[in-house]
Write a protein that binds this ligand. Structure first.
Ligand SMILES: NC(=O)c1ccc[n+]([C@@H]2O[C@H](COP(=O)([O-])OP(=O)(O)OC[C@H]3O[C@@H](n4cnc5c(N)ncnc54)[C@H](O)[C@@H]3O)[C@@H](O)[C@H]2O)c1
Length: 455
């Protein structure tokens, strides 16, 4: 198909998703355990992603290069072929769209393997693609776990691998890709810093900290789980965060007013609680939560619910501060100076995201420029507009080719070693946590401000 033809099919898929938003969001809530309120946002981001890449499909073009003596050369944009997408369980439908959107827009085929913990919603996506006119066999879903993932990565007919998951699995994927000399996109874990300066709008900073820690039961790769708070406001900030955290409504994720559903499964719940136990042994103080939550509703009593936890008295070398917990656990760490906090924020193997809350705009941009992180938020957190690249530094993934931003389009000119770093600045304070739709945020992005390095 030509780019324009691909565009039309993808726009139709986006339209169907928009039309079936409620049904797919309900399916995603059952699939993953996140609140219906959040699942709707995921579905919106998914159709927006397909629309975005549909828009780019028609404009993909090669170049004509004039040579001496009247000769000329030209480049063609060609699809890679069969791309494999392997997804994590926290954003099943959205990850599948983030991977298939750019792949299909560029004329590739995709074999997608969801996590075995969230197998269903991506099957609905395959049905929608078929309904929209994607030729049979161009988007395929294969169910399975590690063995299936390995088989796909090692298959000689596979041209590229796009993976979202943990760092240890990412390493294995990269090894397998290396053996086949296959390009690979890795979107891995994080332990991101959130820096709250004493001049910040306290109300907004508190809401930002909740958004940075407790969306999707804390199972979000870019969460700002190391919350550095300037010592002057430590007590006030901590008191307010604890108060708000205790008010988060936990329970049946299909109810409209629920803000925190169930964790993905029992072993993961046990693992998260193991981190809290270890944190206590290492001297941290549980300021709230961390215990199991048993809903009154009998049919939910065996669900994997826990109360969101805030840890005080944390030190940089504690396990709960160093390792990705991937659950609703926030660690609060005091700091005194800007220089000190930047150094501590960067002292991690990860580099997915970072956030700064301050009223001083120069300080905000200075600090995010110094953070070694792929995405930085100023006075906001965890918003992911599809127009922006998404990816990390260091062990959080490789830099050159991230998704869902334009640089994931195969063949786009992103020089090896080029780092993309996005900075998001809000025009409105963080309100999503209060129940407003993300549409109420106007995301402002100034190109000169958002790119650094030679990107
Ligand atoms: N950076 C991002 O964009 C992003 C987004 C979501 C989640 N994550 C990360 O994902 C992790 C949580 O997800 P998870 O527990 O599903 O991760 P995981 O690494 O256990 O599994 C991810 C996927 O890889 C498959 N898999 C496992 N072993 C494999 C192997 N040897 N070969 C091929 N495939 C294999 C799994 O079946 C699953 O589909 C967290 O670390 C989180 O930070 C990152």
């Amino acid at each position: 198909m030509s780019g324009m033809e691909r565009c039309r099919v993808m726009l139709e898929a986006a339209r169907i998703i928009r039309e079936q938003r409620e049904e797919i969001a309900t399916m995603e809530t059952i699939n993953n355990g996140k609140s219906i309120f959040e699942a709707r946002v995921d579905i919106d981001i998914s159709w927006q992603c397909l629309e975005y890449y549909a828009g780019l499909a028609g404009s993909l073009a090669g170049e004509h290069i004039q040579l001496p003596g009247g000769s000329f050369g030209y480049t063609r944009r060609e699809p890679l072929g069969v791309c494999v997408g392997i997804g994590a369980w926290n954003y099943p439908f959205q990850i599948a769209c983030w991977k298939s959107g750019p792949a299909l827009a560029c004329g590739n085929a995709m074999v997608f393997k969801p996590s075995p913990f969230t197998p269903i919603s991506v099957v609905r996506l395959a049905e929608i693609f078929t309904e929209a006119g994607v030729p049979k066999g161009l988007f395929n879903v294969v169910q399975g776990g590690a063995a299936t993932g390995q088989f796909l990565c090692q298959h000689p007919d596979v041209a590229k691998i796009s993976f979202t998951g943990s760092v240890p699995t990412g390493m294995k994927i990269m090894e397998m890709a290396a053996k086949g000399i296959k390009p690979v996109t890795l979107e891995l874990g994080g332990k991101s810093p959130l820096i709250i300066f004493s001049d910040a709008d306290l109300e907004n900073a508190v809401k930002g900290a909740l958004m940075a820690n407790f969306l999707t039961q804390g199972e979000v790769c870019c969460n700002g789980t190391r919350v550095f708070v300037e010592r002057k406001i430590l007590d006030t900030f901590t008191k307010e965060v604890v108060k708000r955290t205790q008010k988060i409504k936990i329970g049946d994720p299909l109810l409209e007013d629920t803000r925190m559903g169930a964790l993905i499964n029992r072993p993961h719940l046990n693992r998260v609680q193991g981190f809290i136990k270890q944190a206590k042994e290492q001297g941290a103080e549980v300021l709230c939560g961390g215990d199991l939550y048993v809903p009154d509703d009998q049919k939910l009593k065996n669900g994997y619910y826990m109360r969101p936890c805030v840890l005080g008295n944390c030190k940089d070398d504690m396990t709960c501060v160093k390792e990705e917990i991937f659950g609703p656990v926030m660690a609060i760490l005091p700091f005194d100076t800007e220089e000190e906090v930047v150094e501590r924020a960067n002292a991690t193997k990860f580099g997915l995201a970072g956030g700064v809350f301050t009223r001083d705009i120069q300080k905000a941009h200075r600090v995010v420029a110094a953070l070694k992180a792929g995405m930085c938020f100023i006075n906001n957190y965890n918003v992911s507009p599809v127009e922006l690249p998404f990816g990390g530094y260091k062990s959080s993934g490789e830099l050159c080719v991230t998704s869902p931003g334009t640089c994931q389009l195969q063949g786009l000119r992103v020089a090896p070693g080029t780092a993309w770093s996005c900075v998001l600045t809000p025009a409105l304070p963080c309100r999503i946590w209060q129940g407003e739709r993300p549409g109420s945020h106007r995301v402002l992005l100034a190109a000169e401000d958002c790119l650094r390095g030679d990107g």
